[in-house]
Design a protein around this ligand. Structure first.
Ligand code: GYE
Length: 337
């Protein structure tokens, strides 16, 4: 039974290790523009002012490449479609994001695209939007409250793949000590990336998570956290499991600064598919980054078009992912952000 399972896992892994190139079709291309200012602006040519839709994008922060890429893609796609565009950036503060939503609702847009910071805290403001007939689409993380759909990656799949790839490399007999650097506390991706990883790791006695610290999807926070972990555990650490590439790159810097060799003394597994992570894989300093695409504009556009034409949409729309490893990272550098 165990053999069959191992075979199936290896097969699943092999299938998800797709090469790069135009035929892959796994990542959505998105035009990039300079980051938008807060406020409202008119997009490209479309019908008269009355029949132009207004779309608001409520971003929770722009603290890393992933977020900036998401923000730029959303602005370019919505303006490219000719919509009136409202944009807010809550500066990594949930209470501020709720207040941004209040301001957006006061402007009565047709749609709100919400990238929520965490899962809780938005219920009453989303009820207000619904009362006013404003359609809400959540992107990349979910939150409680009324919405038409939730578009995101499968965080459980991402984190199971981190664990499976690690197990494929390190086996099921020798003891392996892991430190985990987590994302924004209370966010869907931090909750599920921990769960998916632990569900796999818990099946093998030789793997132990010796410490877990908040990296907050930030390079500087993660670097400091990793410095402290190296001080406490030193040579005992075999693996860093990072909830995103900023956590991974921060850890990588701390490992190097401590005179240790990433890729030899400590192996790093992560999620996002950021360019710096792919480069680290090419350099032999990271093992894996699982793609979590920051491009949502095209899917949001499809949702809006479907709803405007009287159609219905699924309550969860999944963004596809894939694995970047030493086998394909170099060939994929150009598609990374
Ligand atoms: O992994 C990270 C970003 O919510 C899925 O947030 C997203 C995560 C992504 O800041 O880089």
């Amino acid at each position: 039974m165990k053999k069959v399972l191992t075979f199936l896992l290896t097969l699943a892994l092999a299938l998800s290790l797709v090469a790069c190139g135009s035929s892959g079709g796994q990542s959505q291309a998105g035009a990039q523009t300079d980051r938008g200012q807060q406020g409202e602006s008119q997009g490209g040519a479309a019908g008269s002012a009355e029949d132009t839709l207004t779309v608001a994008f409520c971003q929770y922060a722009n603290l890393n490449n992933w977020r900036v890429t998401q923000t730029n893609d959303m602005e370019a796609t919505m303006k490219g479609a000719g919509y009136r565009y409202i944009y807010t950036d809550a500066g990594d503060d949930t209470a501020q994001q709720v207040s941004d939503l209040e301001d957006i609702i006061a402007q009565n847009p047709d749609y709100i695209v919400l990238a929520p910071r965490e899962e809780k805290g938005y219920e009453s403001v989303l009820a207000k939007a619904a009362e006013q007939g404003i359609i809400v689409i959540t992107v990349d993380r979910d939150c409680e409250g009324e919405k038409a759909t939730y578009i995101a990656a499968n965080f459980i799949w991402e984190s199971e793949n981190c664990a499976n790839y690690m197990i494929e490399q390190l086996g099921t007999t020798d003891p392996v000590n892991i430190v985990e650097l987590t994302g924004t506390p209370g966010s869907t991706c931090a909750i599920e990336r921990q769960k998916g990883f632990m569900d796999v790791v818990d099946q093998h006695d030789n793997y132990t998570v010796i410490a877990s610290q908040v990296g907050d999807f930030s390079r500087t926070t993660s670097q400091t956290a990793m410095e402290n972990l190296i001080q406490s555990y030193g040579d005992e650490i075999d693996v860093v499991y990072a909830h995103n590439d900023d956590n991974a790159i921060g850890a990588l810097q701390a490992i190097k600064a401590a005179g240790l060799k990433p890729g030899e003394d400590i192996l790093i597994y992560s999620v996002d598919g950021q360019r710096d992570a792919l480069q680290a894989i090419v350099n032999g300093e990271m093992e894996l980054s699982v793609l979590c695409s920051p491009y949502f504009g095209e899917t949001v556009l499809e949702v809006i078009n479907t709803l405007e034409n009287g159609g219905s949409v699924e309550e969860y729309i999944q963004n596809p992912g894939k694995l970047y490893t030493a086998e394909n990272a170099e060939a994929c550098l150009d598609e990374a952000y």
